[in-house]
Write a protein that binds this ligand. Sequence first.
Ligand SMILES: [Zn+2]
Length: 70
Amino acid sequence: MNLLYSCQKVAELVSQGMDEPLGRLDRLRLRMHISMCDNCRNVGQQMLRVRELSAHLFAPDSALDDIDRP
Ligand SMILES: [Zn+2]
């Protein structure tokens, strides 16, 4: 089967992985792709940065985070 994800699939998984834990295989494939793909490495870093910024801007409290984490 296809061992490597497409860039689009990687972007989906990076976004998904911010909301919920990814499976071990997904994370492995993500890491493999990102290790070889400068584009996705940049995209991933930008998404993390946007998330950090938006967390500060739009989350006056951490109620949403508390729901996700037991
Ligand atoms: Zn890529």
